[in-house]
Structure formats: structure tokens, C-alpha cells
Design a protein. Structure first.
Length: 269
């Protein structure tokens, strides 16, 4: 543990109490001559972090005010740098600055069933583990799953599978999160809940939905994106604005405005 530098020297005679200035340095020199360390790292053994048996505590109150600790701190900071330390930092500081491509956009890549999709990170609030789902009596549908507790607040949990018309089962339903012991949550360690939000004229609009896997945030150059082919399913083409390649996979970039509008319309209907 790095010793703290002293900042107070409670000496008599009208000398300043700060460690800066010529008079304070003179006071430190006088005390150095009269105070001796009883042992190595005495502040850990007989000082404030030890048994507090050091007689100098009556004068200095705390080890950080003692010149013994000041001398140890000076020795610590004046020590020679490890071999290769200065060279490694020189290479880091001399390296040219990496300028972010202004044409690139930041997206969160995730998987729904066998489909790889993404959303702009501007709409993302957080990624959280699966948790217990509370059904809404007589209101559960292919899109509305129920409520989940996110940081003490109940949030609407929806299914992108139902919104996009995917054949695979929703993550929430397939994990049977109604179990009170949440024993099934650990059955699929890659599954997560995404919390997304949009700020509109009527306030913030927040949704939670489950995904099978989160690949992380990626920066995608807009010039590498391509239009959605007409062969894509009608429902998927409605919410997907572009496609791009990532790690030998084709990822669809969802239009967050269409996703939010679609969820609101289907849940409120």
C-alpha cells in the first residue's frame, strides 16, 4: 500500500502547518532529527493501522503527519522505474491518435433465434440478466409478455420474436421465468434482457425484451451497409432498414423508430 504524503505538521513556535513553503520545510528538518522510526513500516505495526502504541502519536495524532511516513513516501516516489516502463509509455504516447471514422455508426449486435440483428446504441439503456417475469392477466399476447423488475421498477416486457414474426420461440417464454426460484434462468447463460428507450414529445418510452445472445457494441461504416432485399419476409423487411456483414454473418439493422411504434401500437391495441 502506498503511504500517504504528509500534509500537516503540528509544531509549536508559529510555523505554518502545511508542508509547502520554506518555513514548513525547516520545521520538517527539525523534526526529522528528533523522530526515529522504531521499526520498518512502523505505521502498519505500531501506528494508526497497527496497535497504536507509538509514542509519537501523542504529538502527530496521525501517521500521515509524521516525518517518518513522509520520508518513506519520498523514497517510494523517488525509486527507479522498472525496466522497460519508460520505453513502453514512450511508445504509447508517440503512437498516432486513432481518429474515429465519422461515417461509422455504433450498434449493439444481438441474436434472436437464428437471426442476427442490431439496434443503434443511442436507444440502449442497459443489458441485464434474465429475471422473473410477471404475467398480465387477460393481456398476454404474442408481443406483450408481462412485467419484469428492472432496478426496482416494473417495466413492460415484450417479444421481438412476435413483433418481427420470427418462427423461434420468445426467450422469456422458452425459459419459463415464472418459476419463483428462477432455476431455469441459468439454463441458457447467453440469454439477456435488453432495455431500450426513446424520448418523445410525450416523455420517455421504455421497453424490455429478451434476446438469445448479445455480441456487444460494434462500429459499422455506413458505406458497408446495403439495402434489405425484397426476398426478406414482409414483417422483417418492415422493421429492418439495412444489412451489414459482421464476422461472416449477415446482421440486420433495425429501425428503432419503427420498432418503438410497432410495439406501442400492438401493446395498446
Amino acid at each position: 500500500m502506498t503511504p500517504d504524503l504528509p500534509n500537516v505538521f503540528p509544531l509549536s513556535g508559529g510555523l505554518p502547518t502545511t508542508a509547502t513553503g520554506a518555513r514548513a520545510s525547516s520545521a520538517l528538518h527539525i523534526v526529522d532529527a528528533s523522530v526515529q522510526a522504531p521499526m520498518e513500516e512502523c505505521w502498519r505495526r505500531v501506528g494508526v493501522t497497527g496497535d497504536r502504541s507509538c509514542p509519537e502519536l501523542k504529538t502527530f495524532i496521525h501517521c500521515r503527519n509524521c516525518p517518518v511516513l513522509a520520508a518513506a513516501a519520498q523514497t517510494f516516489f523517488d525509486r527507479s522505474a522498472p525496466e522497460g516502463y519508460l520505453e513502453s509509455w514512450s511508445r504509447i504516447l508517440e503512437a498516432p491518435e486513432i481518429v474515429a471514422d465519422p461515417d461509422a455508426t455504433s450498434v449493439l449486435v444481438f441474436r434472436l433465434g437464428r437471426e442476427w440483428l442490431s439496434l443503434p446504441t443511442a436507444s440502449l439503456v442497459e443489458v441485464t440478466p434474465l429475471r422473473c417475469l410477471h404475467r398480465v392477466p387477460h393481456r398476454t399476447s404474442s408481443v406483450l409478455e408481462g412485467f419484469v423488475n428492472i432496478r426496482g421498477q416494473l417495466q413492460l416486457c415484450v417479444s421481438l420474436h412476435g413483433l418481427l414474426g420470427l418462427d423461434s420461440k420468445p426467450v422469456i417464454a422458452s425459459h419459463a421465468l415464472l418459476a419463483p426460484d428462477e432455476s431455469d434462468i441459468d439454463a441458457r447463460p447467453t440469454a439477456r434482457l435488453l432495455v431500450v428507450e426513446r424520448c418523445g414529445s410525450q416523455g420517455a418510452e421504455r421497453w424490455v425484451f429478451g434476446v438469445d445472445q448479445v455480441a456487444g457494441v460494434q462500429r459499422v461504416v455506413r458505406s458497408s451497409m446495403r439495402t434489405v432485399p425484397s426476398t426478406l419476409s414482409q414483417s422483417g423487411a418492415r422493421f429492418c432498414q439495412t444489412l451489414f456483414d459482421w464476422q461472416e454473418k449477415t446482421v440486420g439493422l433495425l429501425d428503432e423508430s419503427r420498432v418503438f411504434d410497432g410495439l406501442r401500437d400492438l401493446v395498446s391495441s
